[in-house]
Write a protein that binds this ligand. Structure first.
Ligand code: GTQ
Length: 373
């Protein structure tokens, strides 16, 4: 019998609606012998009416994961493990290690004085610093010092090396990569640096100092590599920008005060395959529900609240990570009357947009909010 044969009869004109008969079943078996099949037996599955995500909404709570992440320090060395990372597994996905959609995520931990082997790959990556002092990343010779809620890019093809200074503390950060996507495209290469380590070739933090000045880019700076030369986006100016924007705008009904991290050379996304944003939900804010194509991985950088995703409530607080699968209804709530809440978001919207696949829809009924089921 055919492996994928699944004739969902829907009785809709123009959709596959063929009854199995002994003659047809024998015919399907015959086709299978020649590595072929009849489209009408699978059409309704391979062409759904609207996006069907295999991923389900999940909250990875830091209070559950943190001690297990720290335990890995005792169990493996950074050198032996290559990268000491606990990855997040979406239980809806059985095919690949993905946190949501085609996005991989993990929590990486390093001791002071440790250096992970320099390497590069076709997958693009970001790191979002969760705790600790003294973390740094070297990207193509540019060393970036990293503090809590800073976010750093390691775009595809760049050599990168992560480490923690000897006088720092244990550091934990979130990795986010497009590994599942690049593997699905069957285009992933991986290389260890020939010297295992990468020399620092420029003044520390030079790229953020050069490219990270609001409204100004260097007049002699040319850059056409398809990813942001800024590499590191620091928390303090990000929070300041959100605060200033919030003082004079209502922002978006669906996302509150939301700002995109951009490539300063073209105002586009930070990398070709993954974009990132930070949003502030003001005290008491409850956004309207919408849904769109593209997968979202959120990281609560500040405060607490909950999101309603496809009619179900998911609570989150600082350092929790949660996901909204493609085309899932979602709205966010900051229940605090006094404090704002900030959500960092990693997403694949650049892919959706570049390929003409982006679609968005607002919830029309119920005053724009989902009933909780
Ligand atoms: O540091 O580039 O969590 O290649 C997984 C794969 C981190 C990295 C991960 C990687 C990296």
């Amino acid at each position: 019998m055919a492996k994928v044969r699944e004739n969902h009869r829907e009785n809709v004109a123009g959709r596959a609606n063929v009854e199995d008969t002994p003659e047809l079943l024998a015919y399907y078996d015959e086709l299978e012998k020649f590595e072929a099949g009849a489209l009408w037996t699978v059409a309704n599955k391979i062409e759904p009416w609207e996006p069907v995500s295999q991923s389900i909404p999940v909250v990875w709570r830091y209070k559950d994961l943190r001690e297990h992440v720290l335990k890995s320090l005792e169990l493996v060395t950074a050198e032996k493990a290559g990268r000491r990372v606990i990855y997040m597994n979406n239980p809806g996905r059985t095919d690949v290690a993905a946190a949501v959609g085609w996005i991989y995520a993990g929590l990486q931990v390093m001791n002071p004085g440790e250096v992970a082997t320099a390497h590069r790959h076709s997958a693009s990556a970001i790191r979002f610093i969760m705790e600790g002092t003294g973390a740094y990343t070297v990207v193509d010779g540019h060393k970036m010092t990293l503090g809590e809620n800073d976010f750093v890019l390691t775009p595809n093809g760049t050599w990168h090396e992560h480490a923690v200074e000897a006088d720092g503390s244990v550091c934990i950060w979130q990795d986010g990569l497009d590994i599942p996507f690049v593997n699905a495209m069957e285009a992933n290469f991986f290389q260890v640096h020939p010297d295992l380590s990468e020399p620092v070739a420029f003044p520390v933090d030079d790229m953020t100092k050069t490219w990270g000045n609001a409204g100004l880019t260097p007049s002699s700076g040319d850059w056409d590599k398809g990813y942001s030369p800024m590499f590191k986006y620091e928390w303090a100016p990000t929070y300041e920008a959100l605060t200033k924007y919030a003082s004079c705008s209502d922002g978006s009904p669906y996302d509150g005060i939301m700002m995109e991290y951009v490539n300063p050379t073209n105002n586009g996304p930070v990398m070709k395959t993954m974009g990132a944003s930070m949003q502030m939900l003001r005290p008491g804010e409850h956004t309207k529900a919408h849904r769109h194509t593209g997968s979202y991985l959120y990281h609560c950088a500040k405060g607490s609240g909950h999101s309603i995703i496809n009619g179900k409530r998911y609570d989150w607080s600082e350092r929790d990570i949660f996901c909204v699968p493609s085309w899932a209804w979602h709205e966010h709530v900051n229940a605090s009357a006094t404090d704002d809440a900030c959500l960092f978001c990693l997403n694949d919207l650049p892919v959706m947009r570049a390929l003409g696949l982006y679609r968005e829809e607002a919830l029309g009924e119920n005053n724009g909010n989902q009933p909780i089921v």
